[in-house]
Each structure stands twice: as C-alpha cells, then as structure tokens.
Design a protein around this ligand. Sequence first.
Ligand SMILES: NC(=O)c1ccc[n+]([C@@H]2O[C@H](COP(=O)([O-])OP(=O)(O)OC[C@H]3O[C@@H](n4cnc5c(N)ncnc54)[C@H](OP(=O)(O)O)[C@@H]3O)[C@@H](O)[C@H]2O)c1
Length: 330
Amino acid sequence: MEYYKADERRYDGMIYRRCGRSGILLPAISLGLWHNFGSVDVFNDFIRIAHTAFDRGITHFDLANNYGPVYGSAEENFGRILKKGLGAYRDELIISTKAGYDMWPGPYGNWGSRKYLMASLDQSLKRMGLDYVDIFYSHRPDPETPIEETMGALADIVRQGKALYVGISNYDAAQTRAALEVLKELRVPCLIHQARYSMLDRWTEPDLLPLLADEGVGMIAFSPLAQGLLTDKYLHGIPENSRAAKESGHLRRSQVTPEVVEKARALNRIAARRGQTLAEMALAWLLRDKRVTSVLVGASSVEQLEDNLKALDRLSFGADELDEIENCFR
Ligand SMILES: NC(=O)c1ccc[n+]([C@@H]2O[C@H](COP(=O)([O-])OP(=O)(O)OC[C@H]3O[C@@H](n4cnc5c(N)ncnc54)[C@H](OP(=O)(O)O)[C@@H]3O)[C@@H](O)[C@H]2O)c1
C-alpha cells in the first residue's frame, strides 16, 4: 500500500459538535476499533476503513487497551496505520484509549487502581507509538477502589502530559456525580462520558443525560447500532461473517431474538419512508438530541462506514415519525 495522503476536502461534509463545555469539537460520527481491527482481522481492510474515515472528516478514533482480539492488537494495528501515513495528521486527530476491564493476569491488570491505569496507559502509548493520547478513560467504575484514587490517577496522567483530557465510561448517574466532584476538586474537568445508547437501549435517558448536560460534560454513544441489530443485517437471518455469527464477536446469536428482528423490521419500514437505511435512521435518531456529542460506530467494511456517514444528510424528525418510532417499542 502506498503512503497515505488525506483527501483535501475531508472537512467539507462532516458536522462537528462541541464536547460539553470544553474547547474540543468532535465529529458527529466517530470510529471505534473494538471489533474489526484486531489480529484476527485483515490489515488491508481496516486500513481502508481508517483512511476513509479520516478522508470523510472523522477525526476521532476510539480504542481501549484490550481491543482486538488479541488484547492490545487493535492499538498495535492502529499504530501501524499511523506509521503508514495517518500519523502525519496527528494534530488533526483525537485518539482515545481506556483501561478498566481485564487486560493482564494478576491483581494489577483490571479495574480502577492507580497502579493499573498508569501502567496500562504506558503500554497503550508504546503499542500505538504515541507520546500522548487525546482522551484517556476509566473504562468502568470500580466498586472497590476509592473514586479519589481512580480520578486522582486520571488527573495525574493529564499533569504528566500523557493524556490531554480525561473521560469516564459505563458510570451510572450516581457514580458519574461522584467522579465529576473529585475531578473538579483536582481541577481536571471531565471532558466526556462514553455510554451505551441506542434506540434499543435507553438506560442513559432518565438521569445520566440530564446530569451530563447540566455539568457541561460531553456524551459519546457507543454501540449506537446495537452492534448491528439496528441495521438491515439481521432482518432475514444471521449472515455468515456477521458479528453474531463470529466466535470472537460480542453479539451472541441468542441476542438476535424474533422480538428484536420484528422491531428492526418495523423501524426499517419507517427508515425507508424517510429515504434512509435503518442504520442511517438509528444514528440520526441519536444525533437529533444535541446532548449527544457524537455517535461511536463500528464498521466491518468501507461500505458500512459510507452508509453510516449518510445519516448526516437527514438528522431531523417530524413529531409523527418520533411517535411512530416509539410505537415500535411499546
Ligand atoms: N466504553 C465501552 O465500554 C464500549 C463498549 C462497546 C463499544 N465501545 C466503543 O464503541 C464502538 C462502536 O461499538 P459497536 O461496534 O458495538 O457499534 P455499532 O455501530 O453499534 O456496531 C457495529 C457493527 O454493526 C454493523 N454495522 C455497522 N454499520 C452498518 C451498516 N451501515 N449496515 C449494516 N451493518 C452495519 C457491523 O457488524 P458486522 O461486523 O456484523 O458487519 C459493525 O461491526 C467500539 O468500536 C468502541 O470504540 C465502547
């Protein structure tokens, strides 16, 4: 593959939104490397996805220490992609990584201790060949480590210059309130919360989203397509090569239930009337809410990514369309 040169018109079609009350603008669509960028995947495929993303104004790439499989391989592969040309645009990129889930054996390779977070970020930087990441996250709350220790580690990581901003992920509203309080005391504000949010999964709506909006913290929605359930992929069975069919995927065959498929079919009909695919409508539905800074999609092909980007062509919904969508869930 030739050395990569980015499309000069890359900023023409993307929408950028302010992340909470910060100085950072994020693309409305960001790319996640949880699946499809590991050592079990094909380098030429994922380098094309990454290049297409940046060529279309996706400046934000989201990783974690254990993305793969195998653990660490998505960061290693992203490091290779950076070396092969994307890295020349480092100042145009927002690269995030995380620690909080199982990474290495023994008591120091999991959860939220200072020991784990500090060591893990050093490993991530080495794998990606970076001096710093833009955002470092505590990947999940740790019920046994004092919140002061976990947030203290994040604040010190910023002071060391190894991350420019910090975020939290999978914290519920009460845990978020506690984390934000400590970060405020440490004078390192929380930039962003990363939470699962889609039409099929609304846990953030009652408490978390209002809290983040009040506190001026951005929100990035992960698995916005419910790992593919909110696309036309599973409308007629489980295709070979889909995440639900793969051993290494996190979507189980058992999650593709007749009830979910029925909802997806009904939603697909509404999307068709809007002139969108179901994936496009599912992303637009999230982005119609200004409190959602960005939707963090995965993609196993350039075509999927292109489809997802088309969501930006129609983000508004009529009240009747929103009612009809809600009716699919009653
Ligand atoms: N913080 C956390 O705890 C956490 C947890 C999960 C994810 N995340 C982040 O969120 C990112 C996205 O998560 P996700 O991969 O679950 O997101 P997703 O966008 O809901 O699902 C992506 C999958 O949906 C399918 N897909 C995507 N676009 C499609 C289209 N246009 N048409 C048909 N199928 C389409 C593909 O499945 P196939 O592979 O079957 O083709 C793709 O791999 C991750 O990469 C990661 O960065 C964070």
